[in-house]
Ligand binder design. Structure first.
Ligand SMILES: Cc1cc2nc3c(=O)[nH]c(=O)nc-3n(C[C@H](O)[C@H](O)[C@H](O)COP(=O)(O)OP(=O)(O)OC[C@H]3O[C@@H](n4cnc5c(N)ncnc54)[C@H](O)[C@@H]3O)c2cc1C
Length: 541
């Protein structure tokens, strides 16, 4: 292949494209990232980051900055008339993650941190550069870019990734249908200042028969983000008119209907009506062209899943593209992207659709559930850590699993308990060389990790053989109840129990933190053949 072929072209520098860029950089892959906008997003848009996203971004070195610049101690106050139920969005009873909270941080801030990280590593997004068209052959993709000065440039690439949002030109060019529809309702959104009693250390949801009104503490550019549903001003045929300009008076009227006029809105920085869509690409790949983020799925913001799902699409695709372009993995590894991520997108669409139906449905039964049942059940559920964890686990995205993927395998003898092949490796407290730390922290980032667990007499050859063959791409760790130099130590046995490793067990964890292979065998033959199927040894000069 000619020298001037770039390995990957990323179109779109929102959170999805930036995550992919950071990962490709970490693996040393050559790529270009272009965005037609001259500047990054300055509107807040997504406000919440899920625990699993923070775990993923820790692997890329962002998590600490995000936690420092975000709010990890927010409560949600649910107002059912005069009755207020407080719901912490931290301390939610999740014990298998270093991030047991919903982090409130604006998308603008998240993108700023990601851009700073890339710049610190000498990578700048090419701004004012738009993908106009592309054509793909078996060997390469020819992309036509329009530069800021109006000239065009032809770029040859091995892979093209559309992280270019809901109106993706990559999706269109790849001929991938985007199936779904728009919600009939219109929503109103405003970044405003508020006079009146509204506790600032909390987000607020006012629940009424007519739906839900939300207040999020923003900080910048204004103190509050308000979001609610526009009351249906239907025409004579019962249709809603097209969304027009939202005025402060309109937003105030929506607000008054829920708060009895106790809150006065003023000094808006942003007012907008918007319609929500629920759509998903029917495929996430067409040959060397991939889709990720909003280009692949859009849905209601209920449950704060959209940006998080996009970041995790990129996390799933990035290491696969990196290993394949660096000739360290077989191209078949890329075939696992769609079967792993498309079902996640489908679940998010269904989940956010149900959540928004509960919030806005006009059906009598749902209104009853929202206004009468919820204020009674919620306090009971929240009283216990298990109840909080139950509610939070799904939205935290920690439970995402790829059990049916072609790139994961249960070995024999089968382990009777513990996380299965395809599941995320839980993060738990262990000791290493006498110091307490998280299991994920103790593992080598961006590599396959073989965890040899429990009481077996693993051969010392095992520790050395795989890294010798695969180099830094495979690391071997031991996890045991007895302390020894270099061993991951589980002093009270709870980690081994969680991994179903009272008996010997081996877990081969992929670079994205999901279990690729596991078994109860005490030799490594099956693990080695799993690796052989996907990976290649570094070529000798
Ligand atoms: C009001 C609101 C609230 C939300 N709240 C949440 C929330 O709480 N939690 C959550 O997870 N999500 C939330 N979301 C969704 C979230 O904002 C999106 O899911 C997220 O921005 C998607 O990121 P992305 O990188 O995939 O796409 P985008 O952020 O849309 O980025 C796409 C980029 O591609 C560029 N581009 C497009 N076409 C081209 C082209 N041809 N050539 C070059 N560049 C191109 C665009 O300029 C853009 O910068 C919310 C969205 C809205 C509107």
């Amino acid at each position: 292949m000619a020298q001037d072929v770039v390995d990957v072209v990323i179109v779109g520098a929102g959170p999805t494209g930036l995550t992919l860029a950071a990962q490709l950089r970490a693996f040393g892959v050559g790529f270009r990232i272009v965005d037609r906008q001259l500047d990054r997003v300055h509107e807040s848009r997504a406000l919440a980051m899920q625990p699993r996203t923070l775990e993923v971004l820790r692997g890329l070195g962002f998590a600490q900055a995000l936690v420092q610049r975000g709010n990890d101690a927010l409560r949600l106050q649910m107002h059912f008339g005069a009755r207020v139920v407080g719901m912490p969005l931290f301390d939610v009873g999740l014990e298998d993650t270093a991030y047991p909270f919903l982090l409130f941080i604006s998308q603008a801030e998240t993108e700023a941190i990601m851009n700073e990280h890339l710049l610190a590593h000498g990578i700048a997004v090419e701004r004012g550069v738009e993908l106009l068209a592309f054509s793909a052959s078996r060997e390469e993709i020819l992309c036509t870019l329009r530069l800021h000065d109006g000239t065009t440039e032809q770029v040859r690439a091995r892979y093209l990734v559309g992280c270019d949002g809901a109106h993706s030109s990559v999706r269109r060019g790849a001929g991938i249908p985007f199936e779904g529809a728009a919600y009939p309702q219109t929503f109103a959104l405003g970044d405003v200042e508020i006079d009146g009693e509204l506790e600032q250390a909390a987000a607020h949801a006012f629940v009424g028969p007519q739906g839900l009104l939300l207040f999020f503490p923003l900080g910048r550019p204004t103190t509050w983000r308000v979001m609610g549903m526009r009351p249906p001003p239907r025409d004579q045929a019962g249709r809603e008119p097209e969304a027009d300009e939202l005025s402060l008076a309109d937003l105030q009227a929506i607000c008054d209907a829920f708060t009895d006029g106790t809150l006065r809105l003023r000094d808006p920085a942003w007012l907008s009506y918007f319609r929500l869509q629920h759509r998903q690409a029917v495929r996430y790949r067409n040959g060397p062209v991939f889709l990720a983020g909003d280009a692949a799925h859009v849905h209601s913001p209920a449950g704060a899943q959209g940006m998080n799902t996009g970041i995790q699409d990129a996390w799933n695709l990035g290491w696969k593209l990196a290993l394949v372009t660096r000739e360290r993995a077989n191209a078949a590894l890329l075939d696992s992207y769609e079967p792993e991520r498309l079902p996640v997108g489908r679940f998010v669409l269904r989940f956010s659709d149900r959540a928004s139906s509960i919030a806005i449905s006009e059906s009598r039964l749902v209104r009853l559930l929202r206004t009468q049942l919820a204020p009674r059940i919620l306090p009971l559920l929240l009283r216990f850590a298990r109840g909080r964890a139950f509610g939070f686990r799904t939205i935290s995205q920690l439970g995402i699993s790829y059990r049916t993927s072609p790139a994961v395998e249960e070995g024999r003898p089968r382990l009777g308990s513990g996380p299965r092949a395809g599941d995320r490796l839980p993060d738990l407290r262990i000791e290493r060389d006498g110091r307490e730390c998280w299991l994920h922290e103790a593992l080598t980032p961006l590599a396959f990790q073989l965890l040899l667990c429990g009481p077996a007499e693993w051969s010392t050859d095992d520790d050395a053989r795989l890294p010798k063959h695969y180099g830094a791409l495979v690391a071997v760790h031991r996890l045991a109840g007895e302390a020894a130099p270099g061993v991951l130590h589980d002093p009270n046995g709870s980690v081994l129990t969680r991994l179903g490793a009272k008996q010997p067990a081996q877990y081969l964890v992929r670079p994205d933190g999901h279990i690729g292979f596991r078994s109860g065998a005490t030799d490594l033959r099956a693990a080695e053949s799993y690796l052989e199927r996907w990976l290649r040894a570094p070529s000798t000069p």
